[in-house]
Structures are given as C-alpha cells and as structure tokens.
Design a protein around this ligand. Structure first.
Ligand code: PAZ
Length: 307
C-alpha cells in the first residue's frame, strides 16, 4: 500500500531525529451488513478525544500518526466543526505550547501567539509532524492498525500506541455477509417468515494482545468505554492483565469529557483525572502519559529524546 510506504518514510525520519512518536487512533468503526453496503452498525465516537489528544502530543514535541474515521473530528479542524459551534480558535494555552514545541524544533526564538488559525495549524502539522490515515470498516481498521504497529517497531521505546477509537466487538466476516441489500418482506439473509431480521454477529479478533509482537518495546495505552460505573475498573484491569498494555484509560460515556480513570499494573485503584483550571481533560491525560512514556524510555537506557 502506497500510504504505508510514505508512512514508513515519515516514521524513519522522526526516528532518526530521536523524536518520540505516537499512533493515535480516533473515531468509531463501521460494521457493514452487506458486501454492497447499504446498512451498517456503528460504534459511537465523535473523534473529540483522539483529535484533542493529537494536538497535545504535538505540543509535547511528538510526531503523530493519526488513524481516524472520515467524518469524525480532526486535530485543529475540530475547532471549526459545527459541533463546536464554529469556535474557530485555539486556546492561548495550547497555542503557546505548540509554538514552543515548533520553535524549539526550528532552533530559533519564537513569538508566542495568543491566537492561531486552526486551518493553518492543521496545515503546518500535516505531513510534517502529523501523518493522517483513515479507515471505515472494522476490518480496515484492524489491518491498518497492525501494519502501523509493525512499522513503529523501528522506533523501539520511543513509540507509543494510544488506542482511543471505538472498535466494534462484533462483526460479520466477509464470507458470511449478504452480497446485496438485505430485502424486507422476503425470507432469506436472516429475514424470517415474520419479517424479522436476525443478525448473527461474530466476535472481532482481539488485536490488543498482539501489539507486543508487532512493536514489542512500544508504550501501549488502550481505552475502555463503559456506561455502567460499577464495571469500569474491573474491565479496565482485565485489559491490563489480558493484553499486557502499559496503561488503560477508563471512561464513562456521560462524563467522558470531564473525568476519566488511569489504570496501570502498579496502580490498580486508578488515578482520577479531571478537567481543571481551564485545561481540557486531554491535556491532563497526555501530561501524565508523556511522563510515564519518558520513564519507559529511560528504563530501556534509550537515547535522549526531543522534548
Ligand atoms: O470520540 P469521543 O471523544 O466522542 O469519545 C471518546 C471515546 C469514548 C470513544 C474514547 O475515550 C474511548 O473510550 N475509546 C474506547 C472505546 C471502547 O471501549 O471501545
């Protein structure tokens, strides 16, 4: 795939400059019901978490590989999306950290702007410090996720995987899928004599556990979305124990923009992160994770990284 060859060059360039690099996944997957798709099942995600996080990783000096679902929010451009009421403005706080990050990179003095045009900021990052790839179906997502993780292996401990997208747990494998639009009023393809459609959904192959084979030294963060507070901790810890990820961010659908829990193997009670002092939640999450990632790099005796 041509895009993967360009991505490989992007990764190698940043790796050679000892810049930390993060794969941010964002948006929700689609599960088609038909090969000639008319209908699909969607996993909920606006892409706000992923796009805000990407901005804060860039501000911390990371190169970002952004794997997203078209139609979900993009870094910087989210600010002029109708969902944000066309806000059209980057907060002075983010503007100054971004400027500092780019200024350092250029090696010169840099005036800290109080206002940055989101479109210009997107264009400045795109293909230089940020590489965009998109997916639609869960199958496309899983294929790209695996290929990108394999490319990140070249970066050793400098790589982070930040899997914030909402990936379906169930799907219909290609060989079980109807070829054409499923017809109502005609028995077949799961439609019974009563006109009801019975769908058989199969479990999606779990890939989180394989990241350790694809990029064995990367720092891996996965997300767990629940609607029932009582099971959030148990389900988050299960991801740590089963898939050996370094950290899990657990969040509840209704409060996800204001608070989340950060679990690790060492901190099974979890750290509560909240929005505070004008900071959005992603700024808090990324600050903690970047510290953990740099600790992870130094434990491997890794090279000095750009910060
Ligand atoms: O994209 P968004 O900001 O609307 O929502 C973010 C989120 C809830 C999808 C993300 O924080 C998350 O929890 N992702 C993992 C979802 C899952 O458990 O599959």
């Amino acid at each position: 795939m041509e895009v993967l060859s360009s991505l490989s060059s992007f990764i190698n360039l940043h790796q050679s400059e000892a810049r930390p690099i993060v794969l941010v996944t964002s948006g929700g997957t689609s599960v088609p019901l038909e090969k000639n798709m008319v209908r699909s099942l969607e996993n909920f995600s606006t892409g706000s978490r992923g796009s805000c996080s990407a901005e804060h990783f860039l501000a911390k000096g990371y190169a970002v590989v952004f794997l997203y679902r078209p139609g979900s929010l993009l870094p910087f451009l989210r600010m002029i999306s109708s969902e944000y009421g066309g806000l059209g403005e980057i907060t002075p706080r983010l503007a100054s950290t971004l400027a500092a990050s780019f200024g350092e990179e250029a090696g010169g003095s840099f005036d800290l702007p109080s206002f940055v045009d989101p479109v210009k900021e997107f264009e400045r990052a795109n293909n230089k410090t940020m590489f965009l790839l998109d997916y639609k179906s869960v199958t496309q997502y899983l294929e790209l996720f695996e290929e990108i993780c394999k490319l990140l292996d070249a970066c050793g401990r400098q790589a982070m995987v930040y899997a914030a997208s909402a990936v379906s747990d169930f799907y219909i494998p290609e060989e079980k899928m109807a070829q054409h639009k499923i017809q109502s009023g005609e028995a077949g393809n799961g439609v019974n004599e009563d006109g009801c459609l019975n769908l058989k959904l199969y479990p999606v192959p779990k890939k989180l556990g394989s990241i350790g084979e694809w990029c064995s030294k990367a720092f891996v963060v996965s997300f767990k979305l629940e609607t029932d507070t009582n099971i959030l901790q148990r389900k988050s810890l299960r991801a740590i124990d089963k898939y050996k990820v370094n950290a899990v961010v657990g969040n509840i659908l209704s409060t996800r923009k204001k608070t989340c829990m950060l679990y690790t193997g060492e901190d099974r009670d979890g750290l509560t992160l909240k929005t505070s002092g004008g900071k959005i939640l992603e700024e808090e999450i990324i600050a903690v994770l970047v510290d953990m990632h740099f600790q992870h790099i130094s434990e491997g005796g890794g090279a000095e990284v750009f910060r």
